[in-house]
Ligand binder design. Structure first.
Ligand code: G6P
Length: 609
């Protein structure tokens, strides 16, 4: 998730681009850059770091012009650096591109272009676009861009500017957002509305597979096959603050709703086209190393720890490796048994949590192969690990983790499936069925989100509540822990996550009509046990809200309220079950008027012990 801005018109492009980038900084902030046509040349300025560093550079080396493109980066390929910052240019330095998304086949394209003499200056997938368009250019920029897009597999929002077509910007979209803003004799392009709102409220939303050609006096939109598209202009009614949150009241709600896309991005390029194999190039273990692994140790904090707990179930069940898991702050003081046969998996959204980093170093120093699962390219755990698998969730702004969690779960499933595949611990047929189920998760998540109003109504029950219980068993015991954590951290209602079978050893004493129980009871090996636990709560006059599967005709006979999630295999239910619990926590906190995105006493990233 990066931020893109483009401008063509009569005004000072630098000012408009910088202003737009600042409005998009929530989309990424590890580096920024812009390219402006200045006296028949492309002036490029780019800097690692926040947009103020780029602004400082522009003070030292000013540029002036009326056509330009800008970018604020959230790294996916290549660490944050001046060289990897966008825009990227072709060999001749006559064309510049900015891009948001992931090009899956960039390595093959890069090798082919290098074989034909193209010189690359960065490690990014984006730079492939600049050289690919250059290789196709024969006097018609639009034709060259379309030809390049036909060769690319992946997701993109792309804007291209060339000295050979000085009065034109070309933009294209596939799975990454782009909007066009329309002014008087000026056109804007951006990843999101806030970047243009100071200049115009007239926007066009570009759709997948579309290419836009922008001139000062208008925009022409086509599909990749050249067919003209006509689209009505929309008038944006949001104010600037709402626009930054995509019209949502809080970043947390926006991020909850981004999960289908985040999960899709996390899957992208990691499943073979025939749906039979998992490919994880980030996991740098040779076949000999893979078969030498004797155990897995998972290290994480907070929500990431809950993702690790689900990972334990997945890896043990599918790859038949023993998995131990520890919160990082405990691991570092207990002299853990770690050796060369250990695969240590370190999970951290930020990649900067101090305890998690200490755990990583301990594991590495004792000879383990360290796999980092992180959302931030170039973060400390990314740099210090032997292997890295990214969660492509994009920046998570709200303190309470949502889309980072579900994408961490997705990476855990992919890792378990990959280890099973490489170690031959499950039949191909069974693996293919699970891969098929994994691929359906993003759209199933979308289905849950479409029913969020029902969860909003359920949250009203918590207005007068001071304490609650969250119960789950097996792979959904972590779901109960995560559901309780979400509720307590943003609503300040006490919430206890418990293994349902353990309830009778203590928490059952808490049950009263004023202490509701949320029970995850999805079809699978522990379903009947969960029904028994729900009955135990009901027998003590407790109120039960159950999370169950679509089409389950039993559950409503026992629970007071039932939240339905689409059916999937039991192992994957934690991703789907997490979503209604996030929404429940969100609406409870919102009803109570809490500061949802920045709850008291909490920090997004805990960089001290
Ligand atoms: C903080 C955040 C949590 C997060 C935890 C671990 O407590 O508030 O949302 O789960 O740190 O953070 P990490 O960046 O390592 O995943």
């Amino acid at each position: 998730m990066c931020g893109i801005v483009g401008y063509i018109g009569p005004a000072d492009a630098k000012h408009i681009l910088l202003d737009g980038l600042r409005k998009l900084e929530y989309r990424g902030y590890d580096s920024a850059g812009l390219a402006i046509q200045q006296a028949g040349e492309l002036a490029i300025r780019k800097r690692q770091g926040k947009i103020d560093r780029l602004a400082g550079e522009l003070d030292l080396a000013p540029v002036e012009g009326m056509v330009g493109i800008g970018h604020t980066r959230w790294a996916t390929h290549g660490a944050p650096s001046d060289d990897n910052a966008h825009p990227h240019v072709d060999c001749a330095g006559r064309m510049a591109v900015v891009h948001n998304g992931i090009i899956e086949n960039y390595l093959a394209l890069r090798e082919s272009l290098e074989g034909r003499g193209h010189q690359f200056r960065s490690e990014t997938d984006t730079e492939v676009f600049a050289h690919l368009i250059e290789s196709h250019y024969a006097g018609d920029l639009y034709a060259a861009v379309v030809a390049a897009l036909r060769e690319v597999v992946g997701s993109y929002a792309l804007v291209v500017m060339s000295l050979d077509a000085p009065d034109t910007l070309i933009a294209a979209r596939q799975h990454s957002p782009l909007i066009l803003g329309h002014g008087e004799q000026e056109q804007f392009i951006a990843s999101d509305v806030p970047a243009v709102l100071a200049y115009t409220r007239k926007v066009t939303y570009l759709q997948n597979g579309e290419v836009a050609v922008l001139n000062r006096d208008g925009v022409r939109i086509t599909r990749l096959d050249g067919t003209e598209v006509s689209r009505d202009i929309s008038i944006v009614a949001w104010d600037a603050a709402a626009a930054e949150k995509g019209g949502y009241k809080h970043f947390m709600l926006k991020e909850i709703n981004e999960q289908p896309t985040a999960l899709e991005e996390t899957l992208r390029g990691r499943i073979s086209e025939d749906g039979a194999q998992i490919t994880l190039p980030g996991l740098k273990l040779s076949p000999a190393q893979l078969s030498a692994i004797s155990r897995v140790l998972i290290i994480a904090c907070g929500t990431a720890y809950h993702a690790g707990l689900v990972g334990k179930y997945a890896i043990e069940q599918l790859a038949r490796l023993p998995v131990e898991i520890d919160v990082a702050s405990e691991l570092r003081y207990r002299d853990p048994i770690i050796d060369e046969g250990t695969l240590a998996i370190v999970i951290s959204q930020s990649g900067e949590t101090a305890d998690t980093q200490a755990g990583l170093h301990e594991a590495r120093d004792k000879g383990a192969h360290v796999l980092a699962v992180t959302n931030v390219v170039g973060s400390s755990v990314d740099r210090d690990a032997d292997s890295v698998l990214y969660t492509y969730a994009g920046p998570e702004i709200a303190v309470a983790s949502t889309k980072a969690y579900t994408t961490q779960l997705m990476v855990m499933y992919l890792t378990a499936l990959y280890l099973a595949q490489e170690r031959g611990t499950m039949p191909d047929e069974a693996r293919i069925q699970l891969i098929d189920a994994v691929r359906r998760i993003p759209s199933q998540t979308q289905t849950i989100l479409e029913g969020q109003e029902a969860i909003h109504s359920l949250a009203d029950r918590f207005d007068e509540i001071h304490s609650s219980l969250f119960l789950g068993r097996g792979v959904n015991f972590p779901t109960a822990l995560e559901g309780a954590l979400k509720l307590k951290e943003i609503s300040y209602i006490h919430a206890e996550g418990y293994a349902a079978g353990e309830m009778k050893h203590g928490p059952i004493a808490l049950i009263t009509p004023q202490c509701p129980t949320v029970a995850v009871a999805v079809p699978g090996g522990v379903y009947d046990k969960m029904l028994s636990n729900i009955k135990e709560v009901k027998a003590r006059a407790g109120h039960v809200i159950a999370v169950g599967a679509e089409g389950d005709g039993e559950l409503h006979k026992y629970a007071d309220d039932v939240i339905r999630i689409p059916r999937t295999v039991e192992l994957f239910t934690p991703v789907l079950a997490a979503v209604p619990l996030q929404l429940l926590a969100y609406y409870c906190a919102d009803n109570l008027g809490m500061d949802i995105d920045q709850p008291r006493n909490l920090a997004k990233s805990v960089t001290v012990e």
